[in-house]
Design a protein around this ligand. Structure first.
Ligand code: SF4
Length: 254
């Protein structure tokens, strides 16, 4: 099989040499529509102050949204955070990467996907000529915005609760509305839960195109997991190539 230049770059970025991927056929991929308006499984059914605030959040622009997140005390995670982790990237980026919750380094630096997992993600993105930087003159098609499902770090990196995810969800929803991405890459279990309302394992959801509010969405493994599970790197590479094909296809007239 002949590797394309992009495929070789991605393999190099992920430390792979001999893996031969299956031929991707985006046109034949199943397209699933997620019931994004459905509440998270155990979200409170009553109208809480936080739920009422969703309408206010939905009207915020980027600066106001960042300010609202920075001052948010809607769930208990506000008590243990060092700072909120809003997101990073150009506000006109066509790619959106959604992660899970901030870890210790994200909490300390105030930016998602830093440390070893962030470096792996950056190498993967760079192999596709994509950047999280908001500087420079890269076109929107080469820019990536990165946001987490939760904006505050759970203590000791525990899993976020359903209630915490529900409280924080309006911020991510508004980020997506403002960004209007061409492609969403959901990395990890909690990003998938928030965006697709699915508890299915990543392995069952990856490899096909889902949709969030009409936006194509590809599921893949979280970089932190890839650092522990080297055999899954090839699948993550395949997922990124699928996302790139979908993003490029969105530029072509149908
Ligand atoms: S995790 Fe989200 S909802 Fe909870 S305090 Fe932080 S910003 Fe607010």
């Amino acid at each position: 099989m002949a590797w394309t230049e992009r495929q070789q770059a991605m393999l190099d970025a992920m430390g792979l040499r001999l893996w031969v991927p299956p031929v991707l056929d985006v046109a034949s991929e199943a397209v699933e529509v997620a019931p994004v308006s459905a509440p998270l499984a155990a979200a409170p059914a009553v109208i809480t102050p936080a739920v009422r605030a969703r309408a206010d959040i939905a009207a915020l622009d980027w600066p106001s949204l960042r300010t609202a997140v920075a001052g948010c005390t809607a769930c208990g995670l506000c008590q243990s955070r060092t700072q909120t982790v809003f997101g990073v990237g150009h506000p006109r980026a066509q790619w959106l990467v959604v992660g899970e919750a901030p870890g210790a380094e994200e909490d300390a630096q105030g930016e998602p996907f830093v440390g070893a997992s962030g470096q792996l993600l950056d190498r993967m993105l760079a192999a596709l000529q994509l950047t999280r930087s908001s500087e420079g003159d890269a076109p929107p098609s080469q820019r990536v915005y990165i946001a987490n499902t939760l904006k505050c770090r759970p203590p000791r990196n525990r899993n976020p609760s359903i209630e915490e995810m529900a409280q924080c969800e309006p911020f991510l929803v508004r980020q997506i509305e403002l960004l209007q991405p061409r492609i969403i890459l959901a990395m990890g279990k909690f990003a998938v839960q928030a965006l697709l309302r699915s508890d299915e394992p990543i392995g069952k959801l990856r490899g096909r195109v889902h949709r969030y509010q009409g936006v194509p969405l590809v599921v893949t493994y979280h970089p932190a997991y890839l650092l522990r599970s080297l055999q899954e790197k090839a699948k993550a590479w395949e997922d990124l190539c699928l996302a790139a094909d979908v993003a490029e296809g969105a530029d072509r007239p149908s």
